[in-house]
Design a protein around this ligand. Structure first.
Ligand code: NAD
Ligand code: UDX
Length: 463
């Protein structure tokens, strides 16, 4: 029975996942380690509201388990040494250099973990891939682990994480399924069972699915590709709706009632963001290409092409509607995070829309309930479109919606935060320049109400 777990990587996946395992399994000691000292210090902050990740319900879970059987530390070697089971939950971003640049997953952090485990381990360990990895990565990890000469036996499992940010705790408490892939050998099956036993502390057995390693690795990329594909599909139709007078919300409802299609993930938007969808599809495209499957690669790449188009056309429409120039005009952004209820901004559509508007010399004012100035400037600087000082000059960050919208020519809703729906829209209108435009990139505001106040309102996918 597993008594001691180590998780390498205290990010958006490692942190919440391990907090929940610790909460549900008080008999297991869980240590989450990271090289990032600032991040670990934040996880250990006395005030549990200062933990580095904002997720509804997370701070309560951490408050319950931290110091009891949940620990955050920078002592990676020690935690590896003590553990019977090691989760690898480090980042696997798109490569920014060399072969596969812009497409393949960068596995350098994974390899570093494998080498560190190989170096430190003195007794048998189960190594669990929690990060999202290209299919067949387990064989590379195995290769590294088996060539250390320490005489240690390793079992490698794939246990991809399906949580979505903003609902991570809900998703971890009641997952649609837990997927565990392992070797078909008796030792492999024993390792699978050890991990099944952990989840079985709170997940019904019929929701714990076991497969071979390759199916598990590929299922994760496939799930994200299918989900993203639905968003790009409805977004593709949103543009046709705008031309024809159909309303994308009505179309989504009509098709979603077909039980074969289903109603979820059909919300048309300014484009999907987040650290996963784009990265994982690009990775899938790269893998398909590497096997010479060009048609398969092209098919999935279209999901990304459509998403880029959706972000770009949102910015273009703002410019066109504001009489073909936004130079010197103040555009207020409501929201910067890639979706509501998270402070994560990775690949957020807001970044790209802002970048396009800044290139047209707009003055952007941003308010997001959970994202601050430092992060917003970082996101824009990362694109390297213009100098840091130009980004600084072009973007103001406000602490509430009213200040962001004051004297603005237009408002763009980039994130679907609930609080945007309940602002005093009359007050916002009174303080704006006229005509006052609202571009609702999330279709969350009440069009009739806003038009009654005097706004010129444009949503996505309707006239
Ligand atoms: P993240 O960047 O938030 O966290 C990764 C952490 O790993 C960082 O804090 C980094 O400092 C640490 N790290 C990197 N190399 C290390 C090393 N050698 N030793 C110790 N620490 C190291 O990333 P994330 O969002 O948590 O994603 C992690 C993985 O999970 C990725 O493969 C991602 O695709 C996958 N995933 C993410 C989500 C999500 O919603 N974010 C959901 C499912 C799966
Ligand atoms: C996704 C997967 O859902 C999750 O299973 C996986 O583990 C990680 O990647 P995440 O990126 O956190 O999760 O959030 P998700 O809810 O999937 O949203 C991704 C993006 O798509 C967001 O920008 C969201 O606003 C957008 N989206 C989602 C839409 O535009 N319309 C929809 O109908 C759904």
């Amino acid at each position: 029975m597993i008594k001691n777990i180590c998780c390498i990587g205290a990010g958006y996946v490692g942190g919440p996942t391990m907090a929940v395992i610790a909460q549900k399994c008080p008999h297991i000691k869980v240590t989450v380690v990271d090289l990032n000292e600032k991040r670990i210090a934040a996880w250990n902050d006395k005030d549990v509201n200062n933990i580095p990740i904002y997720e509804p319900g997370l701070s309560e879970v951490v408050a319950e388990a931290r110091g009891r059987n949940l620990f955050f530390s920078t002592e990676v070697d020690k935690a590896i040494d003590e553990a019977d089971m090691i989760f690898i939950s480090v980042n696997t971003p798109t490569k920014t250099y060399g072969v596969g640049k812009g497409m393949a997953a960068d596995l350098k952090y994974i390899e570093l973990c494998a080498r560190q485990i190989a170096r430190v381990a003195k007794n048998d360990k189960i190594v669990v891939e929690k990060s999202t990895l290209p299919v067949r990565t387990a064989s590379a990890i195995k290769d590294i682990l088996e060539h250390t000469g320490n005489g240690v036996n390793f079992q490698i499992l794939s246990n991809p994480e399906f949580l979505a940010e903003g609902t991570a705790i809900e998703d971890l408490f009641a997952p649609d399924r837990v997927l565990i892939g392992g070797d078909t050998t008796p030792e492999g099956q024993k390792a699978i069972q050890a991990l099944v036993d952990i989840y079985a502390n709170w997940v019904p057995k019929d929701r714990i699915l076991t497969t071979n390693v390759w199916s598990s690795e590929l299922s994760k990329l496939t799930a994200n590709a299918f989900l993203a594909q639905r968003v790009s599909s409805i977004n593709a139709l949103s543009e046709l709706c705008e031309k024809t007078g159909a309303d994308v919300n009505e179309v989504a409802r009509a098709i979603g009632m077909d039980s074969r299609i289903g109603s979820k993930f059909l919300k048309s938007s300014v484009g999907f963001g987040g650290s996963c969808f784009q990265k994982d599809i690009l990775n899938l495209v790269y893998i398909a290409k590497s096997y010479g499957l060009n048609e398969v690669a092209d098919y999935w790449e279209q999901v990304i092409i459509m998403n880029d188009h959706q972000k770009r056309r949102f910015a273009k429409n703002i410019i066109k509607t504001l009489y073909n120039t936004v130079s010197g005009k103040k555009i207020a952004f409501l929201g910067w995070a890639f979706k509501k209820d998270t402070n994560d901004t990775r690949e957020s559509a807001a970044i790209y829309v802002a970048d396009d508007l800044l290139s047209e010399q707009a003055a952007v004012a941003v308010y997001d309930p959970k994202v601050g100035e430092e992060q917003i400037q970082f996101d824009l600087n990362y694109l390297e479109t213009r100098s840091e000082s130009e980004n600084q000059k072009g973007v103001q960050v406000m602490t509430n919606a009213y200040d962001a919208c004051k004297n603005a020519h237009a408002i763009a809703v980039l994130t679907e935060w609930d609080e945007f729906k309940t602002q005093d829209w009359q007050k916002i209108y009174d303080n704006m320049l006229k005509p006052a435009f609202v571009f609702d990139g999330r279709n969350i505001l009440n069009k009739e109400e806003l038009e009654k106040i005097g706004f010129i309102y444009q949503g996505i996918g309707s006239r």
